[in-house]
Design a protein around this ligand. Structure first.
Ligand code: SF4
Length: 352
């Protein structure tokens, strides 16, 4: 039986119902695809619904402030996705006359959109025959055809794209792609039940006993360790407690999000060295004489390429320091809870 006939029969029985399926609004599809990059469907669904409710059109997203967008994104991680969404919405309004691009190449020009996302939008919104190739598709097709090219490389992408371009249903590429992704996600899972698979009679990995060896993954680099010591200094003015936060502006993780003043070190500090470093920082940055502080328990925050080891240095000051190490603003606890912050800082604030 032809590949698509078999796959479609399976999809008719087991395909997922998702809020962004069966629609052709390119803006909604784009939002869902960006949210779902690096995010599980269960978590992404709520964010998607909140985004389309808060910003029902691309014009609404374009005219929102970056702070509003980041705040709505908070908790999803990979904040560059949110910044790119925002920048791309402004590009659509300013450069495309408010019309979402309707060609694969036009979609690919949007900031933050790669080949996978462009293919998804082109096929779901405009029924253009571009196959989607995500991790689930790599797994299914590499096993089915016994392909051992390391995935997530340029060579693999070209190889899978060429193969799937021959198989795709040119009338209904949207259905084809949805079925392909669902099959990889639900049937050809990392530990699949091959006895229930409609492709068992032609699966190369099953025939050669290589199901758990495919797909071949390129070795991952070990995450780099970073040590963050945050100064959470508080003081009272007219009975209200204030602290200081600034926005991260460097080309680094969490750009655009708020944080406390940071002392970063290249290794973990011993208690004595930490005490010396804190006193030195307090004097240099805030012009404070020796301070009495409380040290929070350690926080471990795992990002894909970084492991963050964080401590929060808490101190009550009689008044606001005369200087701060970075441009920022005095905030009440309530304000701190309303600006976009990394999940690490959010966890800390919630623990107070
Ligand atoms: S037989 Fe097993 S490994 Fe092969 S496609 Fe089906 S589920 Fe995947």
């Amino acid at each position: 039986m032809a590949f698509w006939t078999k796959l479609e029969a399976w999809y008719n029985d087991y395909g997922r119902t998702l809020p962004w399926r069966g629609i052709d609004n390119p803006y909604y599809i784009w939002l869902s695809e960006i949210i779902l990059q690096q995010t599980r469907i269960e978590q992404g669904r709520d964010y998607y619904l909140r985004f389309i409710e808060t910003f029902p059109t691309v014009a609404d997203l374009a005219t929102a402030s970056e702070e509003q967008v980041l705040r709505l994104w908070q908790g999803l991680g990979y904040y560059s996705r949110a910044r790119n969404l925002h920048a791309a919405a402004q590009y659509i309004m300013d450069e495309c006359g408010g019309r979402f691009p309707d060609t694969y190449d036009g979609i690919l020009r949007l900031k933050g959109v790669g080949r996978y996302t462009a293919a998804a939008i082109a096929s779901f919104a405009y029924r253009l025959p571009h196959p989607v190739i995500d991790g689930n598709v790599y797994r299914f097709i590499s096993r089915l055809r016994g392909i051992a090219t390391p995935i997530a490389t340029d060579a693999a992408y070209r190889e899978f794209e060429s193969l799937l371009t021959q198989l795709i249903d040119r009338e209904r590429p949207d259905r084809f792609n949805a079925a392909l992704m669902d099959f990889g996600a639900l049937q050809c899972r990392p530990q699949p039940d091959c006895t229930a698979c409609p492709f068992a009679d032609e699966c190369e990995a099953l025939r050669t006993g290589r199901v758990d060896m495919l797909p071949v993954k390129a070795p991952k680099a070990k995450p780099k360790d970073r040590w963050f010591y945050y100064f959470d200094l508080r003081w009272r003015k007219e009975g209200v407690q204030y602290g200081w936060m600034h926005r991260r502006t460097d080309n680094d993780i969490w750009r655009g999000l708020f944080e406390f003043d940071l002392m970063e070190t290249s290794q973990e500090l011993s208690p004595d060295d930490l005490n010396t470093a804190i006193q030195h920082f307090a004097q240099e940055a805030y012009h404070l004489s020796p301070i009495t502080f409380h040290l929070s328990p350690p926080y471990l925050h795992q990002l894909t390429h970084r492991t963050i080891h964080a401590r929060f240095i808490q101190a009550e000051l009689p008044q606001e320091p005369v200087s701060h190490p970075a441009d920022g603003m005095a905030m009440t606890a309530r304000q701190m809870n309303s600006v976009p912050v990394p999940r690490l800082i959010d966890k800390y604030l919630q623990s107070l």
